[in-house]
Design a binder for this molecule. Structure first.
Ligand code: NDP
Ligand code: 2IT
Length: 448
């Protein structure tokens, strides 16, 4: 059998050549291929059909200009994309990101991750991602509305309830989804589930807002349980204070852990007494309603604010990076390990650098990769699609139960493919389990 390491290097040389200057895409692919290659080399059918090569090449990329008018009547334009990565096991599905940093390489990394993540949920969803180099931060409501309407003027041609179903991601919350859905409905004259994350009063699912953060903590609970440990009494560091972070903090508290940090791109706050109860309610209001800054929490509750820094030097048992890619590097990983961290779970997509992940694995720190741990968001999006298709809406209890079951199955799939000597290798397990379902569909289809 060929050497897996040499084959991975050869494979990555080709990926880099085909996709120059797309560093995040290279990183995401390499971190998967490194675990997938031995499995592929072991299965001749996958090799012969060049499944891995096909799964790292998007089906289709759509790029377009979005022209809109600011409040002063000035003309502005941004660049937007939809990367329809792979629809082998279901319609394309994945979020839209609005942030200045968005570029094609970042959306390809996210689309690739999404394909494996969606497969892991067991639901019929392909992988996609989209967005624009536009940030809602500092824009008025009217400007955000005009931007969303202008973007949908083009995007609506490429999406549909059985084709491609976008949702939120960084910078795209229920406000943006509502503007996008309103325009989609107007343009097509159809009320269907082409977007998820809608308001519960107009086709949205209960618990979609909470789903990613809640799901990540359910996954963490199952990881600890698998290794005869539990959440009760543990101290946690969370980064970010957006959709994923807020509900991860919420569920950690519900399950008996104490969260002592939260952050945004300005820095982090350290609250040794825990972000819970009234303080958490205040933080949600700050971030979800007033769109304020994290430093205001420090002023309100008289705790420390560390400007321009991430929270990874605070001694904790658990770390949940929930902000953005590559926010936790080797130095941060070493600091966490030195302070005795026992589990790290990625609420965000690829928040840990490759080196940081390897440091955790080498130190036997339980590590939950994003494509498994943060699958709860897209899973409830899948449930929203099902409810829309049947014209029903399930209550909170029903959706929560289904989310819990799905996260349990994602965890079990990781254990199935990631067990060996020592702690479960969730990176290996999630990649192989996610890959297999898509790969088997592609094999069945022949040369598509
Ligand atoms: P939000 O826009 O709601 O929140 C993002 C948070 O991260 C904010 O606190 C933001 O701070 C912070 N942040 C963003 N960029 C940076 C940066 N460069 N440095 C430091 N902090 C930063 O996004 P979400 O919570 O929805 O998404 C967070 C992560 O989770 C992303 O990686 C996303 O892809 C992933 N994810 C999201 C899912 C969802 O359902 N929403 C599902 C699965 C994964 P600031 O306000 O200062 O920008
Ligand atoms: O990264 C992700 O999984 C998301 N942003 C959610 C995608 C979705 O379709 O709900």
């Amino acid at each position: 059998m060929p050497d897996a390491k040499a084959e991975t290097d050869r494979f990555m040389t080709e990926v880099r050549k085909r996709n120059p200057h797309e560093e995040e895409f290279h990183q995401a692919v390499e971190e998967s291929v490194r675990w997938l290659m031995p499995f592929v080399l072991d299965h001749d059918a996958y090799r012969k059909a060049r499944i891995l090569e096909r799964m790292t090449e998007p089906d289709r990329v759509i790029q377009f200009r979005v022209t809109w008018q600011d409040d002063d009547g000035g003309i502005r334009f941004n660049r937007a994309w939809r990367v329809q990565f792979n629809n082998a096991i279901g319609p394309y599905k994945g979020g839209l990101r609005f942030d200045e940093s968005v570029n094609l390489g970042i959306l390809k990394f996210l689309g690739f991750e999404q394909t494996l993540k969606n497969s892991l949920t067991g639901l019929p969803m392909g992988g996609a991602k989209g967005g624009a180099n536009f940030s809602p931060r500092g824009k008025s409501d009217d400007e955000v509305m005009r931007f969303c309407h202008a973007l949908m003027l083009e995007l609506h041609r490429h999406i549909g309830e059985d084709t491609d179903v976008p949702a939120g991601d960084i910078g795209v919350s229920q406000r943006e989804i509502s503007y996008l859905f309103g325009q989609y409905k107007r343009l097509t004259n159809r009320f269907v589930g082409t977007l998820t994350g809608k308001g519960v009063g107009f086709g949205g699912s209960a618990v979609r807002t909470e789903a990613t953060g809640f799901g990540a903590v359910m996954f963490l609970r199952d990881m600890l349980d698998q290794h005869d440990d539990g959440l009760d009494g543990k101290k946690a560091a969370v980064s970010g204070s957006g959709n994923v972070a807020l509900y991860a903090i919420d569920m950690l508290g519900q399950l008996g852990a104490k969260v002592v940090t939260a952050s945004d791109s300005d820095g982090f706050i350290h609250d040794p007494d825990g972000i819970e109860g009234e303080k958490l309610a205040w933080l949600k209001e700050l971030k979800e309603e007033r769109r304020g800054r994290i430093r205001e929490y420090a002023e309100e509750f008289d705790v420390e604010f560390h400007e321009g820094r991430a929270p990874w030097n605070v001694p904790v048992d658990l770390a949940l990076p929930c902000a953005t890619q590559n926010e936790l590097d080797t130095d941060a990983a070493q600091a966490l390990i030195a302070n005795g961290v026992c589990a790290v779970v990625e609420g965000a997509n690829m928040p840990c650098s490759t080196e940081a992940i390897h440091a955790f694995l080498e130190s036997d720190v339980l590590f939950g990769p994003g494509k498994a741990a943060n699958a709860g968001g897209v899973a409830v999006s899948g449930l929203e699609q099902s409810q829309n298709a049947q014209r029903v809406s399930w209550d909170r209890e029903e959706v929560c139960e289904r989310l819990n079951d799905i996260m349990g199955r994602v965890h079990a799939a990781c254990v199935e493919y990631g067990s060996g000597s020592g702690p479960v290798n969730y990176v290996k397990g999630s990649n192989i389990a996610g890959f297999k379902r898509v790969a088997d569909a592609l094999l069945a289809y022949g040369a598509v």
